[in-house]
Design a protein around this ligand. Structure first.
Ligand SMILES: Cc1ncc(COP(=O)(O)O)c(C=O)c1O
Length: 512
């Protein structure tokens, strides 16, 4: 450990060492329990007397910031009433210390300014067994994760292929995984050779690479509405002007897209044809056919966010648009986040060769490649049919939760409240009675012990005030009815207040 000491200062060196260590502890660079370097070692590093360091440590102990254990050394103390006397408590800036040295605000790129810092702040997910029943997290249930089975395949691939997997790796991806995906996608009628597949760090990186490769500031992007907010944000951050194409029960309205194609010549159209987030709906086959035909007539690429056809609750999963893409218009995005673990950060793109080459070049610049170790472990997991086994089990459980949620909504929701009936995915979209605002309702709902995601972020510009998303995937089956009961009570109370005209404060919840 090195510490900046000023030998010209009239402050004794022991006092300076003490002050520097106190600062590092206060700012949590040194966590409670951390062992401080031995006095001899720190004295050598700093070029001071060992007694000087010993004196500084004694002072730290006297101040309650450190504790000495005989024969073991000196350790950073747990913060307590006696600790951190000098700085006024952990996290609080000490008087006269660390004033921001540089004003960064004028230096941010246009892209950074469009998005802002709040977008990246995601609170930790609510505890599944906490007092608030949360329908807010659009994610798989970690209680269903096949963690042990994954640990075993991870160990195996490290043992057998560790040397090559831990080395830099070709950007396209781990060849056996690309081969596996090529065959896997045939289940959904999608024909993609291994060379047509680029492995990426989840769908989110797919959005970024596509935007980087196809968009210039000012370009128009046609986007389904409602839609996945993180996709919308990426296109927007590249300076695109977003124009919504509203969904009806069968999918995005093609006549609206057609008008847009004629008048505003969008650079691309983004949509999720199945397991749509937030509605859980799937595009009707006839709508998909018309959409592809319209895009082909106008030579406009479609970015298809595939989610995964495996998490469907009907008789058969909807075929991806890409499966019927005779004109090479569609860039398909797939991910292991929904069917396996989001923490893998593993997904893939399927696209026409000339585009895929550019996307691959962009990926190389962004991060060289996706972890080969993770790719190999997932490949091993899939090859052993462990993914199929997991998905079958997870799908049954999600279907059960979906049915419970729909049943509870039918029984409990007040009049004039409507909702979508999901055929896939993790969520559905509720529309509140006229005059209610989901953002305002959230604070009231949380007080009653239930949370959801307000709908506004799923809409392009200021729409969706009456909409809210309920995710059923990570709510235990036994809590769904009670969660809906609380929500129904919150809505009824809001309606009663609406008549009395009281307006509570809005509360925002980030979305996944
Ligand atoms: C529609 C949709 N696309 C993409 C993603 C992000 O997926 P990934 O984890 O693969 O980046 C999500 C995550 O919730 C999603 O709902």
């Amino acid at each position: 450990m090195n510490l900046p000491l000023d030998r010209d200062k009239p402050v004794p060196l022991a006092r300076q060492i003490q002050a520097q260590l106190e600062r590092l502890i206060r700012e949590r660079l040194l966590a409670p329990g951390t062992k401080l370097p031995a006095t001899r070692e720190l004295a050598r590093t700093l070029g001071v007397n060992r007694a000087t360091v010993a004196l500084a440590y004694e002072e730290l102990c006297a101040a309650g910031v450190a504790r000495a254990h005989v024969g073991q050394g000196t350790f950073v103390a747990e913060p307590g009433p006696a600790g951190l006397r000098a700085g006024g408590g952990a996290g609080a800036p000490a008087a006269g210390e660390r004033a921001p040295a540089m004003d960064w605000s004028g230096l941010f790129s246009r892209s950074a300014q469009i998005i802002g810092a709040e977008e990246a702040r995601t609170p930790p997910p609510a505890r599944a067994d906490g007092p608030v029943i949360s329908f807010a997290g659009g994610m798989p249930d970690s209680g269903l994760f096949p963690t042990d089975a994954f640990r075993r395949v991870l160990n195996q691939v490290v043992r057998e292929e560790g040397e090559s997997l831990l080395q830099y790796y070709p950007v396209g991806g781990y060849p056996p995984l690309r081969q596996y995906l090529s065959t896997y996608l045939l289940r959904f009628g999608l024909e993609a050779r291994p060379d047509d597949i680029l492995i990426v760090n989840g769908s989110q990186q797919g959005f970024d690479l596509i935007a980087r490769t196809l968009l210039d500031p000012g370009d128009v992007v046609a986007i389904e509405e409602p839609t996945y907010p993180r996709a919308l944000q990426v296109f927007r951050s590249f300076g695109a002007q977003l124009v919504p194409v509203p969904w009806d029960a069968d999918g995005p309205r093609v006549e609206v897209l057609e008008r847009l194609l004629e008048r505003q010549a969008p650079k691309l159209f983004y949509c999720q044809p199945s397991a749509h987030n937030p509605t859980g709906l799937a595009m009707a086959p006839e709508r998909a056919r018309r959409l592809l035909a319209a895009a082909a007539r106008h030579h406009v690429p479609i970015v298809e966010d595939g989610f995964d056809g495996s998490l469907y609750y009907g008789a058969r999963p909807a075929a991806p648009l890409k499966a019927a893409d005779r004109d090479e218009l569609v860039i398909y995005i797939g991910t292991f986040s929904k069917v396996l673990f989001p923490g893998l950060r593993l997904g893939w793109l399927v696209g026409p060769r000339p585009v895929l080459e550019r996307l691959q070049a962009a990926k190389q610049l962004a991060d060289l490649h996706t972890s080969a170790l993770i790719q190999a472990a997932v490949h091993r997991f899939c090859e052993r049919k462990l993914l199929d086994r997991h998905v079958a089990r997870a799908r049954r459980e999600y279907a059960r939760r979906r049915d419970l949620l729909l049943g509870a909504l039918r029984r409990r929701m007040p009049a004039e409240t409507t909702w979508t009936e999901p055929t896939g995915g993790f969520s559905l979209l509720v529309t509140l009675p006229p005059g209610l605002d989901a953002g305002a309702l959230l604070a009231q709902a949380v007080e009653r012990g239930v949370a959801f995601t307000p709908g506004a972020p799923f809409f392009v510009d200021g729409g969706g005030a009456r909409a809210l998303r309920l995710s059923f995937s990570s709510v235990a089956a036994g809590r769904i009815e009670e969660g809906v009961r609380r929500l129904a009570e919150a809505i009824k109370a809001a309606r009663a207040r609406q008549r009395g005209r009281a307006r509570p404060a809005r509360l925002g919840v980030p979305v996944v």
